[in-house]
Write a protein that binds this ligand. Structure first.
Ligand code: 3H9
Length: 688
């Protein structure tokens, strides 16, 4: 099928784009569109050309999957040059998103007619790129250089009204976009041909306004190469003839395309979309209806999960075992919303509307009307089994029975019911109303439509759902445990808490593990270790000395007078030295790069095992877990992408070195990692 349908109506050619799913500028679409422009140019009976599109977007941009492959003519630059030089008016009729290369195509037209749902943006920055087909030159000429730079550096699109106000559109068509665009094109054909946008230098606006915007971006430009390049390219618009500036933009785009940071961000783009496809179930599986939810347990986690439902407009019952606990839970939810109102991020009306969706209740019977029940009770298997057995009795048929456990066996919980097909895990991350990740845990008997429902509800709650299998800690916490183990070891071997944290914050994490532990409360991990018979000499000693973290004013760090940022505490150093002596661990100065590798490489090793066991279906799923659940820096692509980019062979050697130096054989590369290295990467281990 030709992705462009060409018709002529009353002397106006209409080239309608239809290239699902998003009309990305693939080689085929570029060729068809270029052919349409030529045909309209050559046909003496045609006075103007209109370009509408069908589907959920106008043009979503260049085809990202073609990046890095040899260019196919006509390139986007060639297509855009053709539009720019067209001797007849060309009108873009934009009904939905025109993004990146899509907006660049629109800006090379003579005029842009926008429908009410149009969205215009240059999101390349999010892929580590800049607009590479004239966007850095045409956007400044249409909307002013300062505003254009802001649009590019921000990456978020403008809606139709804002785009009109900014000067990106000429006409806002409230309805019948196609007819309005045809009429506008006919009007343009009646007059002298307006200058192409590339020649409208007067549109750049004052140089000072641009320089002020550039100065405001200086900090980002220092760490994000694409932002620095954008600033330079827009400055070129003032200083160089259009064609020279265009050539420099092209070179900057090609340079960024090679940058590992852009490669990583593009990997993330596709990994996020792939993670949305659940492996091993029929494609056509439909979700169940969820109109009411119930959350069991109104502690921090339960309250946060209940807020997620309320925020998405889903009525939710918060169920506790007694009235007082229930009231405390409701008060907690109310207080969190009040804080948002105070900060100005939520209106009072929105708070009231959300609170109206939350209802407190006592006793599991109250879950009987819910279509989805998420239990967030204490992490203890016997209690969980009791809860599931009761739910089996009281829940309505077909209700999804979900556990928010962080590490317990969902199969065991499912076995406590007569309907294991309805049981799965929905593992939220703390704080539940903020963190984007949702691990949807697929147990042995979980029904495909139950999984699809959990993932769909996850998306409705604004989460990024990733389907994972049953194992201790699932994907995220299982890998985290490897890192936590190394934190303990490194502290004993001679690294200070702030050195451990710095290794990770320099890598790009927002917080290191010691500061994070202090923030969350060190008693949480301690309780899990107590329940599972594990020990962590340093962390245990801190808790047992009453150092629970920020809430007690001291943990790994000291927090004088409620300070949010901790300061190193000589008492902790002395404590660690004492424990190291007791454990017979020799202390030494450890270089930062060794600290970093000791923290990250065992996680990659565990990731390989997780893939090999099929607990995660694809390496990208693991990356998405870490990006959205633990703030792994996106420009490194996530742990698995980062490891591959660095080279698996080198990682295997480094792990062997650590195992030899520490005598800890668990540090050695897992057979799965060795196989991935031999077979060209982690994809070799994927089950989907
Ligand atoms: C650019 O334009 C560079 C130029 O300046 C210079 C070039 C020289 N390419 O997100 P969805 C696929 S850079 C290829 O689920 P939604 C996507 O993978 C580009 N594929 O839909 C998925 O495939 P699948 C600047 C693309 O409705 C399917 O389409 N543009 C592209 O939730 C559906 O996607 C951007 O950065 C693409 N450009 O959201 C915009 N876009 O079904 C990127 C999508 O096989 N796109 N796909 O998994 C988006 O932000 C969203 O897709 C959009 C629709 C908002 C458009």
């Amino acid at each position: 099928m030709d992705p462009v349908r060409y018709e002529v109506e009353g002397g106006i050619a209409v080239a309608t784009i239809a290239s699902p799913p998003v009309n990305a500028l693939s080689a085929a679409l570029r060729a068809s569109l270029a052919a349409a422009v030529r045909r309209a140019t050559e046909d003496a009976s045609v006075r103007a050309l209109v370009i509408p599109a069908e589907g959920r977007t106008w043009i979503a941009g260049a085809d990202i999957s073609e990046f890095g492959k040899p260019p196919v003519s006509p390139t986007l630059a060639e297509l855009i040059a053709l539009l720019d030089a067209c001797p007849k008016p060309v009108v873009a009729a934009i009904h939905a998103a025109a993004l990146g290369g899509g907006l660049e195509v629109a800006m090379a037209c003579t005029a842009r007619v926008l429908g009410p749902a149009a969205k215009l943006g240059l999101p390349e920055v999010k892929l580590g790129l800049l607009p590479g087909s004239g966007g850095t030159q045409r956007a400044p000429r249409l909307m002013g250089a300062a505003a254009a730079l802001k649009l590019m550096a921000g990456g978020d699109p403008l809606d139709a009204k804002a785009a009109m106000a900014a000067g990106l559109g000429e006409v806002l068509a409230e309805d019948d976009l196609r007819m309005v665009a045809i009429a506008h094109a006919a009007g343009l054909a009646d007059g002298p041909l307006p200058a192409p946008v590339s020649r409208r230098d007067e549109g750049l606006g004052p140089r000072e306004a641009f320089e002020a915007e550039a100065a405001a971006l200086a900090k980002r430009a220092a760490t994000e190469p694409q932002v620095a390049a954008m600033v330079a390219c827009v400055r070129d618009a003032f200083e160089l003839p259009f064609d020279q500036a265009l050539a420099r933009e092209r070179q900057a785009f090609l340079d960024l395309l090679q940058d590992p940071r852009s490669k990583a961000l593009r990997h993330v783009f596709f990994a996020e979309r792939e993670a949305a496809k659940i492996a091993g179930i029929p494609r056509e599986t439909k979700p169940r209806r969820v109109e009411r939810a119930a959350v069991l347990g109104a502690g921090t986690m339960g309250a946060g999960i209940a807020m997620c439902f309320a925020n998405a407009g889903i009525p939710v019952r918060v169920i506790e075992t007694d009235e007082a606990a229930m009231q405390r839970g409701l008060a907690r939810i109310r207080a969190t919303y009040d804080a948002s109102v105070k900060r100005g991020s939520l209106t009072e009306a929105a708070r009231d509307a959300r609170m109206a969706l939350v209802e407190g209740a006592v006793g599991l019977e109250a879950a009987g009307e819910a279509d989805m029940i998420v239990e967030a009770v204490f992490e203890e298997m016997s209690l969980k089994k009791q809860v599931f057995a009761t739910l089996d009795r009281v829940a309505k048929p077909g209700a999804i029975l979900a556990s928010n456990t962080s590490y317990l066996d969902i199969d065991e919980m499912a076995a406590a019911t007569s309907r294991p097909g309805d049981v799965l895990g929905m593992h939220f991350f703390s704080p539940a109303n903020v963190m984007k990740l949702l691990e949807v845990v697929r147990a042995r008997a979980t029904a495909p439509d139950a999984l699809v429902t959990a993932a769909e509800i996850g998306r409705r709650l604004g989460k990024v759902p990733v389907v994972v299998g049953v194992c201790f800690g699932f994907v995220g916490n299982r890998m985290l445990a490897r890192r936590t183990q190394q934190v303990e070891r490194l502290l004993l071997e001679g690294a200070a808490p702030d050195q451990v944290d710095k290794a990770l914050t320099d890598f790009g994490f927002r917080m290191g593990p010691c500061a994070m532990g202090d923030l969350a409360g060190l008693d949480i991990g301690w309780r899990i270790r107590q329940a599972t018979g594990k020990r962590a000499p340093v962390a245990d000693a801190l808790v047992e000395a009453g150092r629970l973290g920020q809430k007690t004013g001291k943990g790994y760090y000291l927090y004088p007078e409620g300070a949010r940022a901790g300061v190193p505490d000589p008492e902790v150093t002395a404590m660690i030295e004492r424990i190291a002596a007791q454990e017979g661990v020799a202390r030494r100065a450890i270089p930062q790069e060794e600290i970093l590798d000791r923290l990250l490489l065992p996680m990659v090793n565990e990731g390989a095992r997780i893939l090999d066991e099929g607990v995660a279906a694809r390496p990208g799923d693991i990356d998405v877990v870490w990006l959205h659940g633990y703030n792994w820096p996106a420009w490194t692509g996530g742990p698995m992408h980062w490891a591959e980019a660095r080279g698996l062979g080198g990682i295997i050697d480094r792990l062997a070195g650590f195992a030899a130096a520490t005598g800890d054989e668990s540090l050695r590369a897992a057979p799965a990692l060795v196989r991935a290295s031999a077979e060209g990467g982690f994809r070799a281990l994927a089950t989907a």
